[in-house]
Design a protein around this ligand. Structure first.
Ligand code: PHE
Length: 332
């Protein structure tokens, strides 16, 4: 079969995966050359049919291995080309030196912090490597609580851990006993999680307001969070859904009406019309007891910065925030 040799040569000469696929179809497709050979086989019989069938099968195998080899070669080549094209030479002078980009996470942090500074909060930071007492015990998270599970929290051999939330800063702030307390605490937190909405390191902003007496109530919390969320997301509806956190009682999760479909129901809000954006509540008395504060009242809240940034900038894979891809960052 003369065409077989020619076709094998064509396969070897092909420059792209697309044209390779065209050749494959011209051989093995419905009207392909090999398919045709098999059809023509029906016209023969006896010894000559057997002989011919053997020939076709040998050719078929030769063509298949030539295709496979070419596919491998071209795949590697295209990958190599792609890597070369996307390589960033950081030493290259790019012209416009004054152009800088904010990272979407930092921009979101700044916007959140701006609001709370405007509302007279101060900023506190806490250690990323924490102990059990500040991360769990003092926050009324008993020994058997699932949040302590090795599945969720990164532990070191000496019993220390990477904080899985910013709430330990609540405890460290209250330990100082300088009332009134009115802080937010931005920072990184760590959990054993990795998919399109989770990353092992992400960021939270914690809020804590505490003062003597029983003057600080859920109403204060509700007021400031509603004002804050309107500042962040504009004209939205807000609802408080009763929930549970060991360190607050009562507790709530706060939803905003979906900013993409305006509450009608879409893929992002899973057709509920609502998006969950933060957790909050009135500080549980057990927490005050753990730090030795008496006759005080307060509220606390915590939010995920990546979650806010994903909503504000319509980024649908959280992991892309950490890939330092200039094509994403240049949009900010
Ligand atoms: N620490 C909680 C979390 O990580 C959030 C939270 C903070 C809830 C403060 C209530 C009060 O999910």
């Amino acid at each position: 079969m003369k065409w077989v040799e020619n076709t094998i040569q064509n396969i070897k000469d092909t420059k792209t995966l697309v044209s390779l696929e065209d050749i494959r179809l011209s051989i093995f497709g419905k009207k392909g050359l090999i398919t045709n050979e098999f059809i023509k086989l029906k016209e023969l019989d006896g010894e000559s049919k057997k002989e011919r069938a053997k020939q076709i099968n040998t050719s078929k195998q030769m063509l298949e291995s030539a295709l496979l080899e070419a596919k491998e070669k071209l795949t590697n080549l295209e990958l190599e080309q792609k890597m070369n094209n996307e390589k960033i030479d950081t030493s290259l002078f790019k012209g416009n030196l004054s152009q800088t980009y904010g990272h979407p996470i930092n921009i979101t942090f700044d916007k959140i912090i701006d609001y709370f500074i405007g509302a007279n909060f101060t900023i506190s930071y806490g250690p990323l490597v924490e102990d059990d007492f500040h991360s769990f015990e003092a926050l009324n998270l008993p020994k058997f609580h699932p949040a302590r599970d090795m599945q969720d929290t990164f532990y070191f051999n000496d019993g220390m851990l990477l904080r899985p939330h910013t709430s330990p800063v609540q405890i460290r702030t209250m330990e100082n006993k300088n009332l009134p307390i009115k802080i937010i605490s931005p920072g990184a937190v760590f959990r054993r999680d990795y998919d399109i909405t989770h990353s092992p390191m992400f960021h939270q902003v914690e809020g804590l307001v505490v003062d003597n007496g029983n003057g600080i109530s859920f109403a204060n919390l509700k007021h400031i969070l509603e004002d804050f969320l309107k500042y962040m997301f504009g004209d939205i509806k807000i609802r408080f859904r009763s929930s549970f956190f060991p360190f607050t009682e009562p507790s709530a999760e706060v939803d905003i009406s979906c900013i993409f479909c305006k509450g009608k129901g879409c893929r992002v809000c899973k057709n509920t019309g609502w998006l969950e954006v933060l957790g909050c509540g009135v500080v549980n008395n057990n927490v005050f007891n753990a730090v030795g504060l008496k006759d005080v009242s307060g509220y606390a809240f915590g939010l995920g910065v990546e979650r806010f940034a994903m909503l504000l900038y319509e980024v649908n894979d959280l992991r892309s925030f950490f890939e330092t891809d200039l094509r994403l960052l240049e949009q900010f």
